[in-house]
Design a protein around this ligand. Structure first.
Ligand code: XMP
Length: 511
């Protein structure tokens, strides 16, 4: 394991992902983790992240110099580089040398990290302070116009640092520099591959569950499907998957679970057809938050009833969840398994029904989850499914949700998705909600007749994390094909409009 010590960088997760791309397992630890605790985890290397502070500001996260006497190879990046310089007796100063963005790095030779790279190459900088004198024992290996000490190394103690950010895409040789630190400086043998992830996870699940039985809710999305597939591989038919069809899914999604997922994994599946129940509960409701509450509430009830049914015939001790590593980091990290108690007040579950959580994806980033899914043979449609909200089409019908309106939206959505796939754009867009403005009507003409139908909105967005988003500039001929097909093939829709709002101010979904 390589530990990324996080000094408040927006880049810590990115660094961990890059390390894993070099086939070395990596985890993030907070910047104030005591040295003894770090040593106890026996890391094969440490990477000190960048951070927003200045090293001599009061309250700036300091680096305990002991860290560099542990014998663990360390790479400092940006703030981590400066903190390393300061801790070892070098000098850092706010000498007015600010560098932001693309900068040219000039190598001075003698660098293991930069060996074989072009003498001058672009890197991404973002710093106000600079290292003005390297600590004793270090060789300065690179400089930039404004930073005389832009990189240093001490091959004897296996310590190195760079002022720039090798983890970002704007540093084109950055991945090679990280790789060289891991493999050449720290001497780590790469081995974190998709198949090793699968083997290790399967083994861990077996160790946790033993001869016990587990249950897993499938949503149709990638996380729950991959989590279930891994647990299935570990414990076979002692896993039961539960799939609630709430009627708010898109065209083909139930089949993907019932037919394709089952064919790929051999998992035991218990489908609950709750379409009528959800429609009844949603009748007459147009308020978005109200809809969300109702859908959430009904979902828990149905899921718990199904669970109770399964648990009645056999003791089920474990609940599988598709928690990912970013959720773990954001909720303060920590390992171990929590025990949750189901809400016995809503689902008629026995009072003593308690599950231990099984979280096979807890160590993984989304792209790793997708690779694992692909290697386990899950269908492409599930592995690369774009984000789809839990309340599904229920929050893409503006107005009351009815069976007819769902059928209309489902048909329009299927056409948009089909054309996006056909145009090869699935991986370029983050997601493309299709929204039915069910309470709006407009006049149109089709054939020789006047129509009075509803508009649908196309909402293609590009995003990294759904926190911010931009509307995607789809090719006009593609938009035209989607529009023509929807208005021809979906009788109730006579107008297709494009949402050109970024987020903020708009959200991605309309409700
Ligand atoms: P917004 O609309 O807030 O969406 O910009 C951001 C991301 O979250 C998804 N989303 C939801 N997911 N339950 C979910 O599971 C919800 O109620 C929900 N609302 C929005 C949305 O699809 C987008 O990816």
């Amino acid at each position: 394991t390589v530990l990324v010590v996080d000094y408040g960088a927006q880049y810590a997760q990115l660094i961990a992902r890059r390390v894993r791309e070099a086939q070395v397992y990596s985890e993030i630890v907070p910047g104030d983790t005591p040295v003894a605790e770090i040593v106890a985890r026996k890391p094969a290397g440490l990477i000190l992240s960048g951070g927003p502070s200045s090293v001599y500001e009061t309250g700036a996260p300091s680096v305990d110099p002991e860290l560099f006497r542990t014998g663990i190879p360390v790479l400092g990046l940006c703030y981590g580089f400066q903190a390393m310089a300061q801790a070892l007796g070098g000098e850092v100063a706010p000498d007015g040398t600010r560098e932001y963005g693309r900068t040219e790095l000039a190598l001075c030779g003698g660098s293991v990290l930069h060996d074989g790279l072009p003498q001058r190459h672009p890197v991404w900088m973002s710093h106000g302070d600079s290292v003005v004198r390297a600590p004793e024992g270090f060789t300065v290996t690179a400089s930039s116009e404004r930073a005389k000490v832009a990189a240093f190394e001490d091959p004897v103690r296996r310590l190195a640092g760079v002022q720039y950010h090798p983890e970002v895409g704007h540093s084109p040789h950055g991945q090679e520099v990280l790789r060289r630190f891991l493999h050449e400086v720290a001497g780590i043998t790469p081995g974190w591959t998709t198949s090793s992830i699968i083997d290790d996870t399967v083994e861990a699940v077996r160790a946790q569950v033993g001869e016990g039985r587990a249950i897993c809710g499938l949503s149709g999305g990638v996380d729950s499907a991959v989590a279930a597939a891994l647990v299935q591989r570990a414990i076979g038919d002692r896993l039961t998957c539960v799939f609630v069809d709430h009627g708010l899914l898109r065209s083909g999604e139930r089949e993907q679970v019932e037919r394709d997922f089952v064919a790929a994994t051999g998992a035991k599946l218990h489908t609950v057809d709750a379409r009528d129940r959800f429609l009844d509960a949603l009748a007459g409701v147009s308020d978005p938050e109200q809809k969300r509450k109702i859908i959430g509430r009904e979902f828990i009830r149905v899921f718990e009833a199904a669970t109770a049914e399964v648990a009645e015939s056999e003791h089920v001790g474990y609940l599988v969840q598709g928690t990912l590593y970013p959720d773990v980091v954001e909720s303060g990290g920590g390992s171990g398994t929590a025990t949750i108690k189901s809400h016995h007040n809503v689902g008629g579950l026995p009072d003593d029904l308690e599950f231990e959580l099984v979280e096979p994806l807890r160590a993984l980033f989304k792209d790793e989850v997708r690779r694992v899914g692909a290697e386990l043979g899950l269908p492409e449609t599930i592995v690369h499914r774009q984000p789809f909200p839990g309340p599904g089409l229920g929050i893409r019908i503006i107005g009351e949700v009815t069976a007819d309106r769902l059928a209309t939206l489902r048909a329009a959505d299927a056409i948009a998705r089909e054309e996006l796939t056909y145009a090869g754009l699935d991986r370029d867009i983050w997601q493309c909600p299709v929204v039915l403005l069910a309470d709006v009507r407009s006049v149109g003409v089709q054939g020789d007749g006047r129509t009075y139908g509803h508009p649908v909105v196309l909402r293609p967005v590009s995003s990294e994390d759904a926190m911010t988003a931009d509307w995607t500039r789809l090719p006009y001929d593609l938009l035209e094909r989607i529009s023509t097909r929807i208005t021809n093939e979906v009788a109730e829709v006579n107008r297709v409009v494009l949402d050109v709002t970024s987020k903020p101010p708009g959200t991605i979904e309309w409700e």
